[in-house]
Ligand binder design. Structure first.
Ligand code: EPS
Length: 363
């Protein structure tokens, strides 16, 4: 399945080393102002080769709009977006094309399909996430224009390093999306040492959406949090998702976890803005755990396609921490889920309108 969403339905296609990657978005409302320039900012935030801390593959990631836009506005018909691959170096994969990198999808793709495109990881490459971010540019725009919703995110942990302080204004000012400017120099050193060691590390990303009205999300099977979890889990290398306090809720008392209400607003947001699978009007908060990447030049024990035990060494250009550029990807999945749920809510409950009392977000 390469499609995501019910009403705002995104289908992506393409491989890391094919001629191009792309997506088709069906169900986008007409009248959204859209130009190729709109994709530049978020695609650059996600792209490789923009800093020394990510893979050095240099792609322009320029989006071509092939359909669904006329005179600068969406028409309501399918929007096709294309990004050409221009810096693939497939020879880097010759050596491991008949081997399975430990910890990589090489083995499971082989087991599933009995064949695979090993070049750049083929369809399992992080390259696919380009098109999620592109599709979400439209979703973010619509959500902001219609509801004033702001979707943003930051790196919340890398290895065992956590932010010492928090400032949203710091996040876009460094290559890590890190919320504490004073720690950035130390993070650069950390990443330089990691890269030199040939190893990789995991990371946690937190994304949030403010301005989401109360009432979005479908009980029972279309819960907003269930769809968010599935959306985040569909990103390469993701191993965990938390909504609000997530697993910390295990050790909390009910008296502590429940978000008390006053007429001035909710008094806390342990729930992450979702109750019973439906948005409460508070900020939607979601944290995502990324595993350490598996393409390492450090030798590992493995097996090849003929069943021989071999030593596996991965050379070429790889991310020592995919979490470094995962913030826009998690934002994208949050925006896509919200966009789809917004349209579904409008379809069924558009006539309900605003129900009182409406409790403002955290006071
Ligand atoms: C990736 C390896 C690199 C990355 C790629 C993900 O590709 P290649 O081996 O072809 O240089 O650059 O990510 C992207 C190109 C991208 O746009 O995200 C991997 O090992 O998954």
């Amino acid at each position: 399945m390469n499609s995501f969403g019910q009403l705002f339905r995104v289908t992506t296609f393409g491989e890391s080393h094919g001629p191009a990657i792309g997506c088709v978005i069906d169900g986008c409302p007409p009248g959204v102002e859209l130009a190729e320039q709109d994709f530049v900012h978020d695609l650059a935030r996600r792209a490789t080769g923009r800093t020394r801390h990510t893979s050095q593959r240099h792609e322009s990631d320029a989006v071509e709009i092939l359909s669904g836009v006329y005179q600068g506005h969406t028409t309501g018909t399918p929007i096709a977006l294309l990004v050409r691959n221009t810096d693939a170096r497939s020879k880097d994969y010759d050596r491991i094309s008949e081997q399975f990198r430990p910890g990589h999808a090489d083995y499971t793709y082989w087991q599933k399909y009995g064949t695979r495109d090993p070049r750049g990881g083929g369809r399992s490459s992080a390259r696919e996430t380009t098109m999620r971010v592109a599709a979400a540019v439209i979703a973010k725009k619509w959500l902001a224009d219609k509801f004033g919703i702001r979707v943003r995110g930051h790196l919340a942990q890398i290895g065992d390093v956590v932010p010492a302080s928090f400032d949203w204004n710091a996040v876009e000012g460094n290559p890590f999306f890190w919320p504490d400017a004073a720690q950035v120099a130390a993070l650069e050193d950390f990443m330089d040492a990691l890269r030199k060691s040939g190893d990789s590390v995991g990371a946690r990303i937190t994304v949030a959406a403010d301005g989401v009205p109360a009432g979005w999300g479908e009980p029972v099977y279309g819960k907003l949090d269930a769809e968010l979890a599935a959306a985040m889990m569909s990103i390469n290398a993701v191993k965990g998702v938390e909504i609000g306090d997530g697993f910390a809720a295990v050790a909390q008392k009910g008296s502590e976890h429940r978000d008390e209400m006053s007429r001035a607003g909710f008094l806390s947001n342990h729930a992450g803005g979702i109750l019973g699978g439906i948005s409460s009007g508070q900020a939607i908060v979601c944290s995502v755990a990324f595993k350490p990447t598996s393409s390492l030049r450090l030798p590992a024990r493995g097996v090849d396609v003929d069943g021989n035990e071999v030593e596996i060494v991965t050379t070429g250009r790889h991310d020592p921490c995919v979490g470094v550029r995962a913030t826009p990807i998690c934002e994208a999945m949050l925006a896509l889920v919200l966009m789809d749920q917004a349209l579904r809510h409008r379809a069924q409950c558009g006539d309900v309108g605003e129900v009182s009392p409406r409790i403002p977000p955290s006071a």
